[in-house]
Design a protein around this ligand. Sequence first.
Ligand code: ZN
Length: 441
Amino acid sequence: MKRVLLPLALALLTCVVALAQTAPDPALLTAINQIPALDNHTHVPKVLAAGEKDDDYDALPCSGFLEPSDDPAQARPENPLFLQAWKELYGYRYDDKQPEHMQQLRQAREQVQREQGDNFPAWVLDKLNIRYMLANRVAMGRGLNPPRFLWVPFDDALMVPLNNQEMANTPDRKFFYQREAGLLQRYLRDSGLRALPATLDEYVARLVTPTLARQKRAGAVAVKFEAAYLRSLNFGESMPAQAAQIYAKYAGGGVPSRAENETVQNVLFRAIAREAGRLGLAVHIHTGAGCGGYFQVSGSNPALLDSVLNDPTLRRTNFVLVHGGSGPFPKVTAFLLSKPNVWADFSEQDWMIPARELGGVLRDWLSWYPEKVLFGTDLFPGSSPEYDWDSIGYMVAANGRQGLALALTGMVQDGQITRERALELARMVLIGNAQKLYGLK
Ligand SMILES: [Zn+2]
């Protein structure tokens, strides 16, 4: 009898352990869902008047402008978390997507938008249990007010002043460099300049410094670089004398080579990052997978930032590796968090990969430098009312919290941390680390 029972007991035990590993501790997940979060990275849209368009939600928008490329499976409409989002946000009562039910959903959403008006974005934040949302936008807009919405402007345009013909080596980059040229014109106008100053020193003094000061005054908490969409993140060596010569030669016109352009960009990136640090603005930088069918993933490895992250003159600038090297490079990110001025968020990762895989990434990061890990969604305007930023945000935030719960459950079960510490880490990741980084109460 005993001989029969023992294997049975062992088999049962194995089942229990296996179950425990596939689901997060329910009490821990409940606690995690109740913690109000700071979303470190989003492209939240402003409230629009009828017929109005929002062109400011990204300096380099993908959808609608590039050759179409497929979303990863996790982010597609068939993800069941979208049904859950509609239920939580708009009282959707169905487990299907019958056209008449979807029609009801659109009506329910329109009604909330009418009732809430300019408060609609803040209403969504309450539903998602997000206290602060960093809005990575060219400019803020209707309904996006501090302290709930905090601005992160784009500053790549300041880094690419010269003719970029030789840099635009893919169809996507042609479009992206055109966008940057447009934004640079806007920054020049805002600084009272009609053309590029004649020297690089003057360019920094009359355009870079005043633009960052204006962004700070307007409430920015960080500035953002999407450089990996434009070039490699390897900012090489800083060669100020050569850069000044090249700039002076081409400021009035002409087409610099790729190498010449990069020499100027490498110096300007550092000048912008140094000034941001002086003003107490963090520098956000896209790392890892990016959108568009021509995205050059080899240039988005955060390890390429070595020369910048190890630059002693930039140690007063705090860098955030936005997306934490999503896709191929989270492991590299884990080590880079060892540097005193480097943080990472897992925005986009929670949009792109299911909670189980995300839990693996987070467990690794939390085992290295838990005080450097930040929650984020990367939510953005969708292509239809049912799959717009509110439902995308719900899906991603729910998946992110689930991944965090899985990571912490595993760490508690293995005796790596106590339950109490797990809750403390959850609060740090969801809001506490970011509050410290940005100096928020
Ligand atoms: Zn983004």
